[in-house]
Design a protein around this ligand. Structure first.
Ligand SMILES: [Cu+2]
Length: 184
């Protein structure tokens, strides 16, 4: 009888461990400022010598007027810019977005690797996986908000899906954002 009880509680422990493991770690972590909703702000660990790094998130404008992400700042970088990617003579280049990133009314804009992104320039100490990079973002209409970008592993293509270090599968390593060619 004792053994059966022990087994039963061991099973319960196992089941609750599974329940915890499958809870989406980042569900409902939306951040609101005015009509603007921000989700999963993340960045990547930077290799020692890299002076630049990309920042990513999903921005939704829940309002009825267009807005713009106009400026960014972080104590971890000399400058925060917003970049977009384009192809120039078959080479992917990035350039600063003119006048900030437009977020049309009702639209969702995804900042992601290979697309429009936040660019931390002049990084003093490398971003380390597991830490957060405090970043102040200012929208033309919605105003200013402080956001913590969580640092994922070097070269990550997507934010990790849990706290256990099992991120999404990773493609071939790519060069860090610091290696992007800037459009002239
Ligand atoms: Cu960039």
């Amino acid at each position: 009888m004792k053994i059966a009880v022990a087994r039963a509680s061991a099973l319960l422990l196992t089941l609750s461990a599974i329940a915890v493991a499958i809870l989406p770690a980042r569900a409902d972590d939306a951040i609101m400022v005015g009509a603007i909703k921000l989700e999963t702000p993340w960045t990547r660990a930077t290799p020692g010598a890299a002076k630049a790094g990309g920042g990513f998130m999903t921005i939704t404008n829940t309002g009825t007027e267009p807005d713009r992400l106009v400026t960014g700042a972080s104590p971890r970088a000399a400058k925060v810019e917003f970049h977009e990617m384009s192809v120039n003579d078959g080479i992917m280049v990035m350039r600063e977005v003119d006048g900030g990133i437009e977020i049309p009314a009702g639209a969702t804009v995804e900042l992601k690797p290979g697309g429009t992104h936040v660019m931390y320039m002049g990084i003093e100490s490398p971003f380390k996986m597991g830490e957060t990079v405090p970043t102040t973002l200012t929208f033309e209409k919605a105003g200013t908000i402080d956001v913590d970008f969580s640092v994922e592993k070097i070269g990550a293509k997507t934010p990790a899906m849990g706290h256990d270090g099992h991120g999404m599968t990773q493609d071939a390593p790519e060069t860090g954002d610091g290696e992007h060619k800037m459009a002239k």
